[in-house]
Design a binder for this molecule. Structure first.
Ligand SMILES: Cc1ncc(COP(=O)(O)O)c(C=O)c1O
Ligand SMILES: [Zn+2]
Length: 404
């Protein structure tokens, strides 16, 4: 594993050392990127067939730390049965059923390394589940704040993993405010999306993996359901690194397609308006719970990356997302999360508009397991369990064997 050479501010390019835990840039509050001296990494260290079957197969490009691992990463890349050039990166197989495991494995590993004892995070749901699980594995306290209408699975996981769970009558932005107000008094270290540098490092492994699983070649486009945008930012960083390391065949980087729900589409709006940052999206509402982020902290990074990659940002309404979810369940045998289904719906849309063609090689992220959302999906489908059948009164056993 390489030692970190510095932390670099993504906004003002200020450099900081990593000798103490850091949140954001002290000069401008920008998110920090972890930098290494990549010239010190042997290009021949590129993982081959024998590497570890989890995200730590990329340990040579991750911070030098003892991992807190539950087996995250190295998820399947499934080829669609209907579109020969379409691949689904199935993140449902991660611990806690979502890609958030990658970021939290890395962030909690670093927290343990720094000796931090209490971590806090606002979350749309899955980040809280992952933080709760990794904190439990590391013997660290987790304080998680989620909207009160998060999927039941996220609430249950938080409680089951022994985290301190607060359900908030509001959105993730209200949860973030509560963490910010209380963290100093409570001695919590804030691991909020993009306010802590290591979750991006964990999520960047999705970029390494997809390139490796395609034979160290870029696809033409990557679809990423975007809330806070950590995965998209992490993958773009991974692409810069694989190029610097000479691990990828020369070629154009993929178009990055950020996908949002129309009920909460701050980045899509900003993209269409040609803005560099987003505005707070009022009255955010969608059953794709992870996309309910009304003002992503790293909006400027997401917008920059999408534009630099010649990608786009699109948003789909909940009904279109649900139809795509059912389409993939019935025709591909995969129960996607609503966030993943937003991405599959976006693919259909961009094929229809001609932005992409069926010959383009595309990777879509199903960022979480559909099974984590049974309450939300059932509601969206209007599905209720049929009324309980009355059980027949138990006949006395004797009555069956011998007439009474
Ligand atoms: C399943 C799922 N997909 C996508 C997202 C959005 O992730 P990001 O914040 O990295 O954009 C989330 C966030 O909670 C999520 O849980
Ligand atoms: Zn800065």
């Amino acid at each position: 594993m390489p030692p970190i050479s510095s932390l670099e501010c993504s906004r003002c390019r200020h450099y900081l050392s990593n000798d103490q835990p850091r949140t954001v840039c002290p000069a401008c509050a920008g998110s920090l990127y972890v930098r290494y001296d990549l010239t010190k990494i042997d290009p021949a260290s590129r993982p081959g067939s024998g590497g570890r079957q989890n995200m730590w197969r990329y340990a040579m490009v991750l911070p030098e730390v003892e991992p807190v691992t539950l087996g995250e990463g190295w998820t399947p890349m499934l080829r669609s049965r209907r579109h020969p050039n379409l691949y689904l990166k199935e993140e449902a197989t991660n611990p806690t059923g979502s890609f958030k495991a990658r970021g939290m494995s890395m962030a909690v590993s670093m927290a343990r390394h720094y000796g931090l004892k209490k971590l806090a995070a606002p979350s749309a749901g899955n980040a809280a589940s992952a933080l709760a699980a990794y904190a439990a594995a590391a013997g660290i306290q987790a304080h998680i704040f989620m909207p009160c209408d998060v999927p039941m699975a996220n609430y249950l996981e938080g409680v089951a993993y022994g985290a301190n769970v607060t359900l908030v009558d509001g959105l993730i932005s209200d949860c973030a405010r509560m963490v910010a107000e209380r963290k100093d008094d409570e001695g919590w270290f804030d691991v909020s999306t993009l306010k802590e540098p290591f979750r991006v490092e964990g999520k960047k492994t999705m970029g390494y993996e997809l390139v490796e699983q395609l034979g160290w070649e870029y696809p033409d486009a990557v679809f990423y359901p975007t809330g806070g945008g950590v995965g998209l930012i992490g993958m773009w960083k991974a692409f810069q690194e694989v190029e610097a390391l000479g691990w990828v065949r020369p070629g154009k980087r993929p178009k990055m397609i950020a996908v949002q729900a129309s009920g909460c589409a701050p980045v899509a709006r900003a993209y269409k308006a040609g803005e560099a940052v987003s505005k707070f999206f009022e009255d955010a509402e969608t059953f794709a719970a992870g996309l309910r982020v009304p003002k992503p902290y790293g909006d400027y990074l997401i917008l920059d990356i999408v534009r630099e990659s010649d990608g786009t940002v699109i948003d789909l309404d909940d009904n279109t997302i649900l139809q795509s979810l059912l389409d993939w369940a019935r025709n591909e045998g995969l129960l996607l999360s609503p966030e993943g289904a937003a991405a599959t719906a976006a693919y259909d849309h961009l094929l229809a508009t001609g932005f992409l063609s069926p010959s383009d090689r595309v990777v879509i992220f199903n960022t979480g397991a559909g099974l984590k959302y049974i309450d939300m999906i059932a509601d969206a489908m209007g599905l209720r369990r049929p009324g309980k059948k009355k059980l027949p009164k138990r006949s006395p056993v004797a009555g069956i064997i011998t007439p009474v």
